[in-house]
Design a protein around this ligand. Structure first.
Ligand SMILES: Nc1nc2c(c(=O)[nH]1)N[C@H]1C(S)=C(S)[C@@H](COP(=O)(O)OP(=O)(O)OC[C@H]3O[C@@H](n4cnc5c(=O)[nH]c(N)nc54)[C@H](O)[C@@H]3O)O[C@H]1N2
Ligand SMILES: Nc1nc2c(c(=O)[nH]1)N[C@H]1C(S)=C(S)[C@@H](COP(=O)(O)OP(=O)(O)OC[C@H]3O[C@@H](n4cnc5c(=O)[nH]c(N)nc54)[C@H](O)[C@@H]3O)O[C@H]1N2
Ligand code: SF4
Ligand SMILES: [Mo]
Length: 737
C-alpha cells in the first residue's frame, strides 16, 4: 500500500477524477477473498465535479479480480502453463529473432490500445520502429477515433477531440449531438448539458431513443431518428437549409475558411424533402434544426452552439465524410474558435486522445507527426539515437493488418497490448481464424481476456491504480495517473517488459522504465509536432493539474507556456491559417438491408459494461446490472417474428451468427435492432459486423449492418456452464487461485 492517491478512472475518456484510499483492512485474507484494497471516492474536477458513474464507483474490484494474471503463461503442447519471466521473455525473444530471420522485420506486427498511458503508447511505438523495425503497428483507436481524426485533420488542421474544455458546453443555447449516447457512455458529463436542455436546444440524432435521446423527451429538445447510416444526408440537408436561407456566418466563412463554392455545389441537391426520402427525417424537422442552430450561433447574437459527433456516425464506411460534413456545418455557422461555440468529437477510451498522438498509429511518430515526413523522422530518430533511414515507413491500418495475419505475405507474429480483438474487432470470426494462423501471439494483459486465452505467451501487466503515468482526456487535458498500491508480486509494467525485450533482442536503443523519465523523452520527441508536450513533465502536471496540449517548452528564463485549453481562437493550424470546407457526398451503407437480411443491426454500449467487457465482466455489481447481451427489438417487429420479451433470438449476417435474448422496446426503429458489443461467446455482436472500412480513415463500419432475425432455442441449453466466459487457465495463474 502506498497511501491515498489522487488519480483518474481506469475506463473512459472523461477520466473522472477520483481519490483512492487504502482500505482499513489490508489483511491478506481480505484481499484473497476479493475485498477491495482501496476505496474509491469522486474528486472535484471541472469535468466530473465529483461525480462518477457505476463503472467508476466499482472500479476497485478490478484490483482484486480472482483471475487477475500474476504469472507469465507459456503454451506448451497446446496448453497454457505457468512460466517464469525469464523463460517467457526468453521464448518471445528467440521466436521473434527466428521469425525475423526467416521472413524479415515486417513479419512482426504490434497492436496497441487507447487504454495505455501516454508513456506506454509512446514506448510501444518506439519499440516497434526502433527495435523491431516493423512498419506494422496499429491500435484499437482505428475502431474508435480514426474517422473523427481524419475529418478534423483535413478541415481544421489538427485532431484534438474537443478543442475546448467540456465545461464550455454549459453556456450553449444549442447542441447538435450526432450518434453519441453520453448519458450511458459518460454519465457525469450530462451535467454540462443542463443549460442547453433548459434552453430547449438539445438535438440528439440517433436511430434509437437512447438514454441521451430521452433527455429530450420533456418536449424541450429534439430527437432526430434517422434510418441507420444516413446521418450524412441529414447534415447535407442542414447545410442546404443554412445556405438556402442565408443563415451562414458570411463574415466568418469569408475570413476564416476556404472552399465555400465547392461546398455550396455539393449540398445544392440535398433539399430537405429529398433528404427526408433517404433518412426518414421530416423535412420540417431538418429546417427547424438548421434554424435553431443558426439562431444560437454567435453571428445571430445567440449564446452559442456546438456540433458534436460520437461513434454512432463515425463508425461507418462513410465516417470521415460524415465528420467532415459536421465540421463543414459548424464552420458555415461560424462556430469553431468562437467562445462558447465549436465542433468536437467525443473521444472514447481512457487515453483515446493521447493514444493517438504518440506513435502507435500506423502512419505516425510521436507528437502527432507523420512517419512519412523527413523532418519528423530526423527529429524523432535523434531523440531515439537511431539513423532516420532505419525507421520504417507507414504500416497497415488495423483492419487490414488483422486480415493479413498469418497469410503467405502477412505478419507471422503479433504482440497485443491493450485490446481484446477477438471480441471487439469487426467480423471477429475471421479475426479468430487469422490469429490461429499465426506462428506467435503474445498478449500483455491484466486479465485472461478471450484474446489472451488464444496466445502462445501471456504476460501479466500492472494496471491503473498500480502505476504512474499520464492520460490525455477527451478535451486534450493531460492528467496524472498515480499509484495507490503496489502491483501483486509477479506482475510487471509494460515499460519494463519492452525494455527487457529490447535488450534480449540485442538492441542498442535505450529504454527508460521510470514513467517520469519516459514522459520527458516523449515530451522531447513531441517538440515542434502538432501535439507538442515539450513544456510538460510529471512534476509540472503534479503542480498544475489543468494543462491542455499544445504546451511547448519555452526558452530558458521565460515563463512556462500556459497550455492551450481553446484552439482556433485566432487561426487554424493549416498552411494558410484558414479552415477548409470540404465537399463530401453520401454513398450509402456498404452492407445495406436486402430481402435476405431485411433488418438493420446497430451496435453500441450500455452503461454498466465497458468495451469488450474483459474488465467489467469481472466486476460483480456490473455483471448484476448488465449480465448478458440483449437484442433490442421494436414490439411490431418482434410480433412479426413471433418473438417475446426475454425469448431467444438468432441474428444472421453475411459474416456470421449471434444469439441472445430479446428486449422488446419501442426505443428502436421498426426496421432496426440494437445490440451492445461487450460480451464474448454466442451473443458477441461482432460475429455479425462487417470489416468494410472507410476509404480515408481505415475505420470499420461497426455501427450498421444488415441481418435476418428468427426466434430460436437457448443456445446454452446443452452446456453445463451457461456463461460464455472461457476458463482455460492453469492453477496458480491468477491472484486468488
Ligand atoms: N458504459 C460505457 N461507456 C463507455 C464505453 C463503454 O464501452 N461502455 N466505451 C468508451 C468508448 S471507447 C467510446 S468510443 C465511447 C462511445 O460512446 P458513444 O459514441 O456515446 O457510444 P455508442 O453506444 O457506441 O454509440 C452511440 C450511439 O450511436 C447510435 N447509433 C448507431 N448507429 C447509428 C447511426 O447510424 N446514426 C446515428 N446517429 N447513431 C447511431 C447508437 O444507437 C448509440 O446510442 O464510450 C466510452 N464510454
Ligand atoms: N460492434 C462494435 N464493435 C466495437 C465498437 C462498437 O461500438 N460496436 N466499438 C469499438 C471501439 S470504439 C473500441 S475503443 C474498441 C474497444 O475494444 P478493445 O480494443 O477490445 O478494448 P478493451 O475491451 O478496452 O480491451 C482492452 C484490453 O486491454 C486490457 N488492458 C487495460 N489496460 C491495459 C494496459 O495498460 N496494458 C495492457 N497490456 N492491457 C491493458 C484490458 O484488460 C482488456 O483486456 O471496440 C470496438 N468494437
Ligand atoms: S464516466 Fe467514464 S471516467 Fe467517469 S466514472 Fe464512468 S467510466 Fe469512469
Ligand atoms: Mo472507443
Amino acid at each position: 500500500m502506498t497511501g491515498a492517491a489522487d488519480t483518474h478512472c481506469p475506463y473512459c475518456a472523461l477520466q473522472c477524477a477520483m481519490q483512492l484510499t487504502p482500505a482499513v483492512s489490508t489483511d491478506a485474507s481480505v484481499a484473497a477473498a476479493g475485498g477491495s484494497p482501496v476505496t474509491v471516492s469522486g474528486r472535484d474536477f471541472p469535468t466530473n465535479r465529483g461525480g462518477l458513474c457505476q463503472k467508476g464507483w466499482t472500479s476497485a474490484s478490478l484490483l482484486r479480480t480472482p483471475d487477475r494474471l500474476t504469472t507469465p503463461l507459456l503454451r506448451t503442447d497446446g496448453r497454457l502453463r505457468l512460466a517464469t519471466w525469464d523463460e517467457a521473455l526468453g521464448f518471445v525473444a528467440r521466436r521473434l529473432r527466428e521469425l525475423r530471420a526467416e521472413s524479415g522485420p515486417e513479419t512482426v506486427a504490434v497492436f496497441g490500445g487507447g487504454a495505455l498511458t501516454n508513456e506506454k503508447a509512446y514506448t510501444l511505438g518506439k519499440f516497434a520502429r526502433a527495435v523491431l523495425a516493423t512498419p506494422n503497428i496499429d491500435y484499437n483507436g482505428r475502431f474508435c477515433m480514426a474517422s473523427a481524426a481524419a475529418g478534423a485533420n483535413r478541415t481544421l488542421g489538427i485532431d484534438r477531440g474537443l478543442p475546448f474544455p467540456l465545461e464550455d458546453l454549459g453556456g450553449a443555447q444549442a447542441v447538435l449531438l450526432l450518434g453519441s449516447n453520453v448519458a450511458e457512455t459518460m454519465p457525469p458529463s450530462v451535467q454540462h448539458l443542463a443549460g442547453v436542455r433548459a434552453a430547449g436546444g438539445l438535438v440528439v440524432v440517433d436511430p434509437r431513443r437512447s438514454a441521451t435521446a430521452d433527455l429530450t423527451s420533456d418536449g424541450r429538445g429534439t430527437h432526430v431518428q434517422p434510418v441507420p447510416g444516413t446521418d450524412l444526408v441529414v447534415l447535407l440537408a442542414l447545410m442546404h437549409v443554412v445556405l438556402a436561407e442565408g443563415l451562414e456566418d458570411a463574415a466568418y466563412v469569408e475570413r476564416r475558411t476556404t472552399g465555400l463554392d465547392d461546398l455550396r455545389r455539393s449540398v445544392a441537391s440535398w433539399w430537405p424533402e429529398r433528404a427526408e426520402q433517404v433518412s426518414g427525417v421530416p423535412a420540417e424537422t431538418l429546417r427547424a434544426v438548421a434554424r435553431l442552430l443558426a439562431a444560437a450561433s454567435p453571428s445571430s447574437g445567440g449564446a452559442g452552439a456546438y456540433v458534436l459527433t460520437g461513434r454512432g456516425v463515425e463508425q461507418s464506411t462513410q465516417g470521415t465524410a460524415t465528420v467532415t460534413a459536421a465540421i463543414d456545418l459548424a464552420l458555415l455557422l461560424g462556430l469553431p474558435g468562437r467562445t462558447g461555440s465549436g465542433y468536437g468529437a467525443i473521444t472514447g477510451q481512457g487515453n483515446g486522445q493521447g493514444g493517438r498522438e504518440h506513435g502507435q498509429k500506423a502512419d505516425q511518430l510521436p507528437g502527432y507527426r507523420s512517419i512519412e515526413d523527413d523532418v519528423a523522422r530526423a527529429h524523432v530518430a535523434g531523440v531515439w539515437g537511431v539513423d532516420p533511414a532505419d525507421l520504417p515507413r507507414s504500416g497497415l491500418p488495423a483492419v487490414e493488418l488483422l486480415a493479413r495475419l498469418g497469410t503467405p505475405a502477412g505478419p507471422r507474429a503479433l504482440l497485443v497490448h491493450g485490446s481484446n480483438i477477438v471480441v471487439s474487432a469487426p467480423d471477429a470470426d475471421r479475426v479468430r481464424e487469422r490469429i490461429a494462423a499465426l506462428d506467435l501471439l503474445v498478449v500483455c494483459d491484466l486479465v485472461p481476456s478471450e484474446t489472451a486465452l488464444l496466445a502462445d505467451v501471456v504476460l501479466p501487466v500492472t494496471q491503473w491504480a498500480e502505476e504512474e503515468g499520464t492520460m490525455t482526456s477527451l478535451e486534450g487535458r493531460v492528467l496524472r495517473r498515480r499509484r495507490a498500491l503496489h502491483a501483486p508480486a509477479g506482475v510487471r509494467s509494460e515499460l519494463d517488459i519492452l525494455a527487457d525485450l529490447a535488450r534480449r533482442l540485442g538492441s542498442p536503443v535505450r529504454f527508460p522504465t521510470d514513467p517520469a523519465e519516459v514522459f520527458d523523452e516523449l515530451a522531447r520527441a513531441s517538440a515542434g509536432g502538432r501535439a507538442d508536450y515539450s513544456g510538460l513533465s510529471h512534476a509540472r502536471l503534479d503542480a498544475e493539474p489543468d494543462l491542455f496540449w499544445p504546451c511547448p517548452a519555452t526558452p530558458e528564463g521565460e515563463p512556462p507556456h500556459p497550455g492551450t485549453p481553446r484552439l482556433f481562437t485566432r487561426d487554424f493550424p493549416t498552411a494558410d491559417g484558414r479552415a477548409r470546407l470540404v465537399a463530401v457526398d453520401h454513398t450509402g451503407t456498404v452492407d445495406d438491408v436486402h430481402p435476405g437480411a431485411p433488418v438493420y443491426l446497430v451496435t453500441g454500449r450500455v452503461l454498466a459494461q465497458y468495451q469488450s467487457g474483459a474488465q467489467t465482466r469481472r466486476v460483480p455489481e456490473l455483471v448484476r446490472a448488465a449480465p448478458e447481451p440483449l437484442v433490442e427489438i421494436h414490439p411490431l417487429l418482434a410480433e412479426r417474428y413471433g418473438i417475446e420479451d426475454g425469448a431467444w433470438v438468432r441474428l444472421d449476417s453475411a459474416r456470421g451468427r449471434a444469439v441472445a435474448r430479446a428486449r422488446v422496446t419501442d426505443a428502436v426503429r421498426i426496421d432496426t435492432v440494437f445490440m451492445a458489443f461487450h460480451w464474448a461467446g454466442e451473443g458477441s455482436v461482432n460475429h455479425l459486423t462487417s470489416d468494410a472500412t472507410d476509404p480515408v480513415s481505415g475505420m470499420p463500419g461497426l455501427k450498421v449492418c444488415a441481418v435476418s432475425i428468427e426466434a430460436c432455442d437457448n443456445p446454452y441449453d446443452d452446456v453445463s456452464d451457461d456463461g460464455p466466459q472461457e476458463r482455460a487457465l492453469p492453477t496458480g495463474a491468477g491472484a486468488a487461485a
